[in-house]
Design a protein around this ligand. Structure first.
Ligand SMILES: Cc1cc2nc3c(=O)[nH]c(=O)nc-3n(C[C@H](O)[C@H](O)[C@H](O)COP(=O)(O)OP(=O)(O)OC[C@H]3O[C@@H](n4cnc5c(N)ncnc54)[C@H](O)[C@@H]3O)c2cc1C
Length: 382
């Protein structure tokens, strides 16, 4: 059976749901497909950057207002960096960020998109095949149903099927990280409205994190650049538990804490290189477009920014009745104008500190004495 839409969005995470929101005013018929049902878990640190409400605001103030009302989030205003020498630097941000389990955050965004009358959602339906011809774009679902439209937006995450079938993009370990996450309850000494990054000599380039969630939950994780994981033959899941159990100053904070689930891992395609993110009748967003910050590992905000731009670009394509790769390049420009400079700078910072714990120690010592160095630290994160 074939059903016709104007735009097919494959994947309804932050990128896909935001793209659907950005298409609301266009009146175009949108199919928003996800292989899972919502609410669903997504392995993540759950940290949502302070600019995210503004991304929603630029689509429509009602989405920002709804996000402010959304309850399942913990406010954070301070990032505590712990250097390998255990010096602590507290970076206070002018705007608050939030930590929200992706189970809840993605469900919230999906429900906002689902309210739009011109958006038809398909959940529990995996896209297995993607086709683009001169006249149309179509996807085949695992159950054999075919959805067709004029444009496909690939928001199906790292290793998504749209990028696999429409581009030659491949993983490059220099521009890729991997990370594991586990939920705990009742970890001791969690400072108020503060999330923590710990740089540990054994796991560089990378960091261990503890992010506070509502109801005493804490998102605990470890991320590292994939090239180093391979070179050092590190098993991230085991390493995460080893850090918790054996690092003296962390061990005491986990005494009596409850491990809620088992460590789970996933890949992070970094935005420190440009890949093909559009072509005839298609655009890629979020992780599918390799847009994660190379230093912080954040990708939720980038997914939403790119999803918004893809929605806006799709609308322009319909106005001009032009779905060619040349026209679609305007999307690449919007994305990279917004993100590229910062991602490159963060990539070089990540490379500079890669195997130099002494450099982070030195910066930490200086930042504690010098406001200018403290601001440099601050700029490297939120
Ligand atoms: C351990 C870890 C920690 C992280 N921590 C943070 C953090 O603290 N803050 C932050 O900002 N970022 C973090 N990130 C990055 C962040 O998770 C991603 O950048 C973000 O999820 C990208 O959103 P997305 O919408 O592009 O993709 P996703 O969130 O991956 O969504 C893709 C969607 O597509 C669906 N899908 C996939 N294949 C198909 C298919 N064939 N058919 C239909 N649907 C499909 C999936 O079910 C999913 O719902 C972390 C990543 C990892 C791995």
């Amino acid at each position: 059976m074939t059903t016709t839409f104007d735009i097919i969005i494959c994947g309804a995470g932050p990128a896909g749901s935001t793209c659907a929101l950005a298409l609301e005013a266009s009146g175009l018929r949108v199919a928003l497909i996800d292989k899972q049902g919502f609410p669903r878990d997504k392995i993540c640190g759950d940290a949502v950057a302070p600019y995210v409400p503004n991304v929603l605001n630029t689509i429509h103030p009602k989405h920002k207002a709804a996000f402010e009302q959304f309850k399942e989030k913990e406010t954070v205003r301070t990032l505590r960096i712990v250097a390998p020498n255990q010096k602590k630097i507290d970076l206070n941000f002018p705007k608050k960020g939030v930590i929200s389990m992706r189970m809840h955050l993605d469900h919230f965004l999906f429900e906002q998109a689902k309210k739009i009358p011109t958006v038809t959602t398909f959940t529990g339906k995996a896209v297995s095949d993607v086709q683009v011809t001169a006249k149309k774009a179509s996807v085949t679902l695992k159950d054999g149903a075919i959805l067709e439209g004029k444009i496909i937006v690939g928001c199906d995450g790292a290793q998504g099927v749209v990028a696999k079938q429409l581009t030659e993009n491949k993983i490059d370990l220099k521009h890729h990280s991997a990370a594991v996450r586990v939920y705990y309850k009742n970890v001791k000494g969690i400072p108020n409205q503060t999330f923590e990054l710990h740089y540990l000599e054994d796991v560089m380039p990378g960091y261990f994190w503890m992010f506070p969630l509502p109801n005493g939950f804490v998102n605990v994780g470890l991320g590292m650049v994939s090239q180093a994981i391979r070179a050092k033959k590190i098993n991230l899941r085991k390493e995460l538990i080893r850090i918790i159990e054996e690092t003296p100053y962390l061990k005491e904070r986990f005494e009596g804490a409850e491990q809620v689930d088992s460590p789970k891992g996933f890949g992070l395609p970094l935005g420190s290189r440009k890949v093909k993110i559009s072509g005839d009748r298609f655009m890629l967003c979020g992780d599918a477009a390799s847009l994660i910050d190379p230093l912080s590992g954040e990708g939720i905000g980038q997914a939403m920014i790119s999803g918004r731009y893809a929605g806006w670009q799709a609308k322009k394509c319909f106005e001009q009745q032009d779905f060619s790769a040349t026209t679609m390049k305007a999307y690449d420009k919007m994305v990279y104008d917004k993100l590229w400079k910062e991602h490159r700078m963060h990539y070089f910072t990540q490379r500079a500190i890669a195997n130099r714990p002494w450099l982070i120690n030195g910066f930490a010592n200086l930042a504690l004495k010098n406001a200018f160095v403290m601001r440099l630290f601050q700029r490297a994160f939120w």
